[in-house]
Write a protein that binds this ligand. Sequence first.
Ligand code: AMP
Ligand code: MG
Length: 508
Amino acid sequence: MPQGQPPGPAGSAQAPDAPIDGLRWTHRFAGLGERFHTRLPSTPLPDPHWVAISDSAAAALGWPADWWRHQQSLAAFSGGTPWRGMQPLASVYSGHQFGVWAGQLGDGRAILLGEVDTPSGPMEIQLKGSGLTPYSRMGDGRAVLRSSIREFLCSEAMFHLGIPTTRALAISGSALPVRRETVETAAVVTRLSPSFIRFGHFEHFCHHDQHAELRQLADFVIRHHYPECLDAPQPYVALLEAVTRRTARLLADWQAVGFAHGVMNTDNMSILGLTIDYGPFGFLDAFDPGFICNHSDTQGRYAYARQPNVALWNLHALAQALLPLVGEGEEASDLLLEALEPYRTEFPAALEARMRAKLGLATEQPADRELIDGLLKLMAADRVDFTIAFRRLADFGSAAGADNAAVRDLFLDRAGFDAWAGRYQARLQAEDSLDAERAVRMKRVNPKFVLRNHLAEVAIRQAGQGDFSEVQRLLKVLERPYDEQPEHSADAGFPPDWAQHIEVSCSS
Ligand code: AMP
Ligand code: MG
C-alpha cells in the first residue's frame, strides 16, 4: 500500500476540508451536553502510515474508494489534524467488570470524531488508540498494532458473516513504542457504529443519581435507535425489552458461529445489540463448550458456553440502571424484570433456528433439539473442529449408505457418529430434503472462513516486519466467508500445532 504523507501539526489554526464532497456532520451524541463527554483533541501518532483500509466500510459510508489517499485523511485518522466539521470528544461511562462494579470508566483511549450522514443513516466515526483522555485512568491511551489488526479484521469479518457489529474503516500505524508485556508499536483503528453507547453509559448516570441525564440518555437512544418504543405505555420498559431481544439474537449469532468475545463486561455491551470492543476474542477451533479465549479470565467467567447467561446478567445490570426512570418500589422492578423475560425464550429459539439452518433442516420437528445436542456432544467429546465440521456437513449424503467419510473422519467415536448420522439421514428423508439444494443452503450459513487466531497471528507477525499485505489479503478472504474461494483453502484448514500456544489476554 502506498504510504501517505505525514500530517500537519495538530490543532493548526485552519482545519482542512474533508476530501469528500458533500460530507455532512450531524453530531447528535455531542449534542447531549457536557455531562456525557469531554471535548478534546486526539493525540497524533508520530510519523504515521496506513496499515489497512476497508474499502467495503468506506463504500458503506458512501465515500469514494480513494478517500484514504489524501494527505488530510491519514492526518485525521491517525489522530492528527481533524477535518473541518469534526468535533472530537471522549464519552464517560461506568460498568461492571468480571461481575464487580468497576466505577467510572469511559473512552480511555477512544475519541469520537463525530457523526456523518451515510446512505444507510447516520454513522459515528471513532478513533481507538488516539491518546490520553480524562478517562484513561492508569492507561496510556494507546492501542498496539497487534490488537488493532485483530479488531479491524474481526469486526469486518463479523459484518460479512452477517452478525451485528461495529465496523472498522482503517488502521494507521506508527513506530511509536508502546509498553505492554513487551514493547510493541502504536496503531489507531477507525471504528464505525450508529452509536457507541454501552450498557455502562446508563449505569454511570444511575450510579451518580443523575436522573435527568439518565432520562436524557434513554430518550436519546429511543428517539434515534428504538423509535417504536415511543408508542409503548412505558417507553423505558419497552426499550429494555427491545435491547433484551436484540442481545438475545446477538448471542445466538455468536454461539452459532463459535465466537467467544472474551470480555463481556457491561461497558463492552452495546445498547444496539452489536458486537463491540474486540479484545481477546476467539473463534472455536476444536469444539469445547468451556473454551476460554481470554488468557486473563482465570475463572472462565466468559467461557464460550457461559456467554448467553452472562449477557442476561448484563441485561439485569441495565435493568437496574433504568429503574429510576420507571419508578420506585416493587412494581417498577417487576415491570423491568418482566422486560428481561423474553430473553429466556428468544435466545434458545434464535439459537435453535440457527442450528437448524446449520443442519440444513427446512422444517421444525420436536426432536430437533436432541439431534442438534447429539451432534454437539459428539463434537465436544472428540474436540472436533467446529467450523470445518459444519462446513463438511453441507455435503452430507442423506441416502442410507451414502459416503460421508469427509465428515465422519473428523470423529474418533465412529460408532457414535454413525448412530447420529443414521438419525440425521432419517430426519432429512422425512422432509424430502434434496442434497444438492440443501448443500447450497447450508453453505450460506456455515462459513468456510472465520478469523482463527493463527490467521490473525500470521498477519500480525508480518505487519510487525512492516509488511501489511497479509492483513489486506486476509480481509478480502474474510469478506466472503461463505464462498468456496478454493485459492484460499489454506485459510480454511485446521489450525497448526503452534496455534495452541497463542496466548491472547486483555492487554491490548
Ligand atoms: P476494555 O475492556 O479493553 O474495553 O477496556 C476497559 C476500559 O479501560 C475502558 O474504559 C477503556 O477505555 C480503558 N482502557 C483500556 N486500555 C486502555 C489504555 N491503554 N489506555 C487508556 N485506557 C484504556
Ligand atoms: Mg471496552
